[in-house]
Design a protein around this ligand. Structure first.
Ligand code: NAD
Length: 260
């Protein structure tokens, strides 16, 4: 149902972003992917996205911690496809340290990537959406856009602000068929999360099951990870006509974490 539409997903060379790209390509959208990684692996993903969509898939390699990198990304996507109809601001990073030891450069980088990049890509995508009278903006926020954890000051600050930005965009564009919503996962089963398990088992003398239930999923009542493909399905729903009147929301996919 997305034939003829173009989706740009930031931070989509792996994890959740790649799952969004697969879901949108599966419905026939052109996709522009972005992020870092091995050139040959990215090229392989790009080819399989193009094959899945029957449309086009491009990889745009820019660093979204800078305004210029965001501008270059949007310029290249718009030059290729004419406009970006669906923008998913997903690129993000984490750093864990007490606030009084938090590296200032890391604060700046996380605010730039997790928050400011979404401002830049959105402001540059919106004119094309207005012109077409249709648009979807989706942010990957986090349970940490609604609640905090210690030692994650930059991440929690950026994600809370991202939820505020989303509401603002939703209000500004409410009458123009352009929606803006957050998807807020708890722990998602990605290689990044899976790879933490052996180290945590060793560090804490725990079994794999204990690490999963008592550490990673400690705050998630369902004791289940969210799957990247399920977030892809949620993004697809937000792009559908059925979701045309859903805007300014922050949809949790966190196993009940933020219900507590
Ligand atoms: P990931 O590390 O697998 O993916 C991050 C993506 O961003 C990668 O494609 C990476 O190359 C890209 N990226 C990193 N720095 C970049 C930069 N400077 N410029 C452009 N791209 C850059 O992580 P993920 O788990 O898939 O996370 C995606 C989003 O989901 C993030 O915003 C994260 O905060 C959020 N999130 C993740 C989880 C989880 O459990 N994995 C939970 C809640 C929210």
């Amino acid at each position: 149902f997305l034939k003829g539409k173009t989706a740009l997903i930031t931070g989509s060379t792996s994890g959740i972003g790649l799952a969004y790209a697969k879901a949108l390509a599966g419905e026939g959208a052109n996709v522009a992917i972005n992020g870092f990684g091995h050139a040959d692996e990215i090229e392989q993903e790009r080819q399989s996205l193009a094959a899945a969509s029957g449309a086009d898939a491009v990889y745009i390699n820019t660093d979204l911690t800078t305004e210029q990198g965001c501008a270059d990304l949007m310029e290249q996507a718009i030059a290729k496809f004419g406009a970006v109809d669906i923008l998913i601001n997903n690129a993000g990073m984490q750093h864990v340290a007490p606030i009084d030891e938090f590296p200032v450069a890391m604060w700046d980088k996380i605010i730039a990537l997790n928050l400011s990049s979404a401002f830049h890509t959105s402001r540059l995508a919106i004119p094309g959406m207005k012109q077409k009278g249709w648009g979807r903006i989706i942010m990957t926020a986090s349970a940490h856009s609604l609640t905090a954890s210690p030692f994650k000051v930059a991440y929690v600050s950026a994600k809370h602000a991202l939820a505020g930005m989303t509401k603002t965009i939703a209000l500004e564009l409410a009458e123009q068929n352009i929606t803006a919503n957050c998807i807020s996962p708890g722990y998602v089963w990605t290689p990044l999360v899976e790879n933490q398990i052996p180290d945590t088992m060793k560090a804490r003398g725990m079994t794999r099951e204990q690490v999963i239930n008592d550490v990673l999923l400690e705050r998630e009542p369902t004791k289940k990870f969210t799957q990247p493909a399920d977030l892809g399905a949620l993004a697809l729903f937000l792009c559908s006509d059925a979701a045309a009147n859903i805007t300014g929301t922050n949809i949790s996919a966190d196993g009940g974490w933020t219900a507590q």
